[in-house]
Design a protein around this ligand. Structure first.
Ligand code: URA
Length: 209
């Protein structure tokens, strides 16, 4: 008896509604309708970006049960020890577009590393020849020789770690702080998530074309 559709109580669980025009309330609260869900997670260390139900370390385990009936999945992958911004959605088409190599979606990572000098930083920016591909030019801003931020437009397996290894350094910690124009919400603790705002979703839609 707590649910109303267009002002009338509806108790029939099979009742059909027009999701775009119906006004629905539950326990007196108006419910909005969105076809897809978009979440921003601050990924903690020691979690994986897989969706396998048997994987006890999956980031999906951090979400409440209301999301388990939807086909939610992480939009891209971060290594088990990488932290920070990970989007989770059930919008397959937009996620596919954002992750497509054609799309050149920008991703920014804050890192700590074994010391990198100016010459090595310049090499990273210019593109690094790795065993299976050459990284595209990117932006590296070093705060000092062991800290900085890097913005890349690709997302190959272990890419940042492999790039640093190739110039004689090693990544020690890696945190994604921006993805496709969205920045990690500083109020999210590691392991916390929130829904994207309408403005953030609009930005993603604009950036996924
Ligand atoms: N590059 C890496 O090496 N690891 C990540 O998790 C993301 C980018």
């Amino acid at each position: 008896g707590g649910v109303t559709v267009n002002g009338a109580v509806v108790k029939d669980p099979s009742a059909k509604i027009d999701e775009n025009s119906a006004s629905v309330t539950a326990e007196g609260r108006a419910l909005g309708y969105t076809e897809f869900r978009w979440l921003m997670l601050n990924k903690p260390e020691d979690t994986t970006s897989t969706t396998e139900p048997g994987d006890s370390k999956s980031v999906m385990k951090l979400l409440p049960p209301e999301f388990s009936g939807r086909d939610m999945f992480p939009c891209g992958r971060l290594d088990i020890d990488t932290t920070g911004l990970l989007l989770i959605t059930d919008d397959g088409q937009t996620a596919h577009n954002l992750l497509s190599p054609k799309h050149h979606c920008e991703k920014t990572y804050r890192f700590t590393c074994l010391p990198v000098d100016e010459e090595a930083a310049a090499k990273l920016e210019g593109g690094i020849e790795l065993s299976d591909f050459t990284s595209k030019p990117c932006k590296v801003n070093m705060t000092d020789s062991e800290h900085g931020e890097i913005t890349v437009t690709e997302g190959k397996y272990h890419q940042i770690k492999r790039m640093f290894h190739a110039v004689g350094s090693e990544i020690l910690t890696l945190e994604r702080i921006a993805f496709a124009g969205l920045t990690l919400d500083p109020s999210l603790e590691r392991g916390e998530w929130r829904e994207l705002t309408d403005g953030e979703i609009a930005l993603l839609m604009k950036n996924n074309g």
